[in-house]
Design a protein around this ligand. Structure first.
Ligand code: RB5
Length: 150
């Protein structure tokens, strides 16, 4: 995997430790990232971190986002409310791979209280190693994005 832009990382307190584990993993495999916080386990609000990570994708600073909260659910709901963001909450590698290949997902969300660091990093690898297949999937992505106007 080769990325010409960094990955945006962001988490609330529930996802902080998983985000730190993902950072260490990205360092190991040489993938660039920008950390948009949070910086501790002190309580914060996950919508604020969904916004920070996804804005970096929207404005082209980053190519993809990896977002963590306690379950991965709240931060994915927030991410999917932002224009142009296609976020998937994953706790298995198959979904993480297929959401890139078929849904052209640009944000991976995980729960720090759901997956441990080991599985979380495997999910990250599955997501980052996969590429959008286009073809028959593009028409469905176009329909998906049109739903933003409803
Ligand atoms: C925070 O306690 C928790 O609600 C949050 O991290 C997340 O799990 C929400 O979906």
């Amino acid at each position: 995997m080769k990325f010409d832009k960094p990955i945006a990382l962001a988490a609330d307190h529930g996802g902080y430790e998983l985000k730190e584990a993902v950072k260490a993993h990205l360092d190991e495999i040489g993938v660039p990232y920008i950390d948009y916080g949070t910086d501790s386990t002190a309580s914060v609000d996950y919508p604020d971190y969904a916004e920070k990570g996804c804005k970096a994708v929207q404005d082209g600073t980053c190519c993809l986002a990896i977002l963590c909260c306690g379950t991965g659910v709240g931060i994915s709901m927030c991410a999917n409310k932002m224009k142009g963001i296609r976020a998937c909450c994953c706790s298995d590698t198959f979904s993480a791979e297929l959401t890139r290949r078929h849904n052209d997902a640009n944000a991976l969300c995980m729960g720090g209280r759901v997956v441990g660091a080991g599985l979380g990093c495997k999910i990250v690898d599955a997501f980052l190693n996969a590429e959008f297949e286009g073809g028959r999937h593009q028409k469905r992505i176009d329909k998906m994005m049109a739903l933003e106007n409803h």
